[in-house]
Design a protein around this ligand. Sequence first.
Ligand code: GDP
Ligand code: CA
Length: 318
Amino acid sequence: MQFYKDKKVLALAGGVGGARLANGLAQHLAADELTIVVNTGDDFDYWGLMICPDLDTVTYTLAGINNPKTGWGLAGETHNCLQQIKNFDLPSWFQLGDKDLATHISRSFLLKEGFTLTEATAVMAEKLGIRHTVLPMYDLPYRTIAVTETDDLDFQTYFVKERWQPVLKAIRWEYEGDKKINPALQQALDEADLIIFCPSNPFVSIDPILSFPAVLDAVQAKPSAAVSPIIGGEAVKGPAAKMFPELTGKPASALSVAAYYQERGLLNAFIMDEQDEDQRTAVEALGLKVHTADSLMRATAGQARLAKIVLEFCRDLV
Ligand code: GDP
Ligand code: CA
């Protein structure tokens, strides 16, 4: 199953888009050839439990137990607990399924027992049969805050409760601890021969990971490639397209994604949808090697197909 001989790939991922490409990469790379670092800026406390939406989306997808329709949550889910909890007037704006709850209870339990989030994630991923390493970017709370025209909202309030309608002025982070890099992530960065930015939201999925100086330094120093989450000016899902004009003053496009990363000198290569072929020259002018492909990942076969294209295109970078 070796794609590049004795080379290691580090994938940066958020939730749905991240999970899809990560799962594709996992079809082609052995356990010691791929590490996936996941955004934890979306994590929050709910009903006294620790919820990590992006970590769960990635692990459920890698384990093949995700709900393919929503992209998040588990397949065959029921919501009996949520219905019952409404009787007690607890908040019910965040949908937690019954089986999904087992994840949040187990993780919260392990954290209370003294496991770090990295350790708890590893234990649970192994139980789900996942072979590749899935790393939370940081072990302590590191919370994305949406600075809107009227309020500063915690991420899930902005994203789920307010359905990402408030206009954003900025994104910032609030964190506990000294922001010292997760040692497991530092090791993965040191060992990586290629860093792949999954087609995740640049502002609220990838930027939280890049907000650690050691990550930024490594990405600038090592070969790296990004897959565009914007296809034909639109996001496949979620607020990425709405965020481009709000946060950068530029229209949502594959070119804007490439420029947003390349302003910080982060990339060597860029993979975008064949619909965006007309932007090739402009993206190449940013100093990037460009490849276009059908970049919509429909089901597991589509994930493996795009991942193979990405790995083949990046072969001469490693
Ligand atoms: P979230 O945490 O669930 O919002 O997940 P991510 O940040 O990882 O992914 C959201 C982004 O994934 C959106 O901007 C989508 O446009 C993108 N996305 C989702 N599915 C696909 C796909 O099949 N192909 C591409 N190119 N992008 C996708
Ligand atoms: Ca997310």
